[in-house]
Write a protein that binds this ligand. Structure first.
Ligand code: GLN
Length: 249
């Protein structure tokens, strides 16, 4: 009899505890690390069977593990990531994001973990053979990316057609709505592999550093993420993850 009472008491207690835990996890709990990304940027972030995978997703997972948090990836428009991090909607932004002086005014960046180069994608046999041939041509870009900013600065806003997704910019090239697409070299390679008849012209644009954006208000998280990321760089984990997605050239 007594045994049963203890048993049912234990059950009630367990019930209360799990209800409490559920309530704790229902909102944005302290132990959840939300990462905003734009999952149209292979091999850094893309969908594989409904799941966001890629270099950024795996590095973020490793960071979250190191700092004892649970990673939650939110897929959003690239152009809304910096503002979302700045206002605290997301804990961090990780999206093959280039460190720029302009973005640094809104958010802080971690140590850089990878590099990218802006490339020009054209159709095979295109008269565009280098950057010099771009004048007067319609340029497709991904909205709010550095490629967009460079193209608009150099060739004028009226020559630039921005798309929400890199894949949409490439589709516009395939259907001749634009003459070329300016985009980071690694997604460019993925898109060219996936679409016949496209080629990449490497440009002489400067190499860019990719880093994680974190709110200027959240220096504690910045320090934690930086410490974890630096360990993952030092012990070769970041290199292993990058090599898994990018075959050595
Ligand atoms: N590296 C580019 C930028 O930061 C593009 C990033 C992206 O499209 N995800 O603007």
């Amino acid at each position: 009899m007594k045994k049963n009472l203890i048993k049912s008491l234990a059950l009630v207690m367990a019930g209360i505890m799990s209800a409490g835990m559920l309530a704790g996890c229902g909102g944005k709990g302290d132990d959840v690390l939300t990462m905003a990304t734009n999952a149209t940027f292979p091999p850094y972030e893309f969908y594989e069977n409904e799941k966001i995978v890629g270099i950024d997703a795996e590095i973020a997972e490793a960071i979250a593990g190191k700092i004892g948090m649970t990673l939650e990836i939110v897929d959003t428009e690239f152009g809304s990531i910096v503002a979302g991090v700045q206002t605290g909607k997301y804990d961090m932004g990780m999206a093959g994001m280039t460190v720029t002086d302009e973005r640094k005014q809104s958010v802080d960046f971690t140590t850089s973990y990878a590099t990218g180069i802006q490339s020009i994608v054209v159709k095979e046999g295109s008269p565009i053979q280098s950057l010099d041939d771009l004048a007067g041509k319609k340029i497709g870009v991904q909205q709010d990316t550095t490629g967009h900013i460079y193209a608009a600065d150099e060739f004028g806003d009226e020559m630039v057609l921005p798309f929400n997704k890199g894949t949409d910019a490439i589709a516009a090239l395939v259907s001749d709505k634009v003459d070329c697409v300016i985009i980071d070299n690694q997604p460019a390679k993925s898109f060219v592999e996936a679409n016949e008849g496209l080629v990449i012209l490497e440009t002489n644009y400067a190499t860019e550093d990719y880093a994680i954006a974190i709110s200027k208000e959240n220096t504690e998280l910045l320090e934690k993420v930086n410490a974890a990321l630096e360990e993952l760089i030092a012990d070769g984990t970041v290199e292993t993850i990058i090599n898994k997605y990018i075959s050595a050239e």
